[in-house]
Design a protein around this ligand. Structure first.
Ligand code: PRP
Ligand code: URA
Length: 209
């Protein structure tokens, strides 16, 4: 598996454009991210295996489709991952949630972990890791490795924006983990920001700068 799947639905692209605009307010950015996350979740779960369940309608019994296997796990890379998580849980309310607290050291661009909490039976579930930005991919690589160390074997990575450099590095580190993104931008700048990008996702989401 190489590269990334781009979710190019017109609604996703339209909302993403508004998120990129520098004059979009904190409130507007958060609302758009929640809306877009529902659409992204729809695509990242499109091929989930289905099984038949015997049910009774008011008229007669039938074998009806339901999602096979245990409940999904959404693993949010803090803090910006939480902006995607909210909408994902609206669509899949029964999902379990993991939190991976990481921040990117601005000088070294290496991730620093400050929190980790996940369901115990990760090995029996599909884990969808969420973080809006895949820049150098250092954070995503570390987050996925942490989940693998805890037993996860079936993992997908969902983001909003990815840099080509980050995709290549992530694919090399975790070739078994497919990437889903709304867009692949042109490049990283000298500070490791995605260009043209949308700025610092966490700051824009929470109004911290
Ligand atoms: C951002 C973003 C990713 C990371 C991406 O988080 O949400 O986690 O940077 O960069 P990378 O691919 O180069 O590792 P940040 O460290 O700014 O933390 P925050 O979410 O708490 O703002
Ligand atoms: N983190 C962000 O929030 N934005 C970028 O462009 C890169 C890393």
């Amino acid at each position: 598996m190489t590269g990334a799947t781009v979710i190019d639905h017109p609604l996703v692209q339209h909302k993403l454009t508004h998120m990129r605009m520098k004059d979009t307010s904190t409130q507007g950015f958060r609302r758009l991210l929640r809306e877009i996350s529902v659409l992204l979740t729809y695509e990242v779960t499109r091929d989930l295996p289905i099984t038949a369940m015997e049910i009774e309608t008011p008229l007669e019994p039938m074998a009806a489709p339901v999602i096979e296997g245990k409940k999904l796990v959404f693993a949010s890379v803090l803090r910006a991952g939480n902006g995607l998580l909210e909408g994902m849980l609206e669509l899949v309310p029964a999902a379990r949630v993991a939190h991976i607290g990481l921040y990117r050291d601005p000088k070294t661009l290496q991730p620093v972990e400050y929190y980790f909490k996940a369901p115990e039976d990760l090995g029996e579930r599909l884990v969808i890791v969420v973080d809006p930005m895949l820049a150098t991919a250092n954070s995503a690589i570390a987050a996925v490795q942490r989940l693998k160390d805890r037993g996860a074997t079936n993992i997908r990575f969902l983001c909003l924006l990815a840099a080509p450099e980050g995709i290549a590095k992530f694919n090399e580190a975790h070739p078994d983990v497919p990437i889903f993104t709304a867009a692949i931008d042109a490049r990283l700048n000298e500070k490791g920001y995605i260009m043209p990008g949308l700025g610092d996702a966490g700051d824009r989401m929470y109004g911290t700068k």
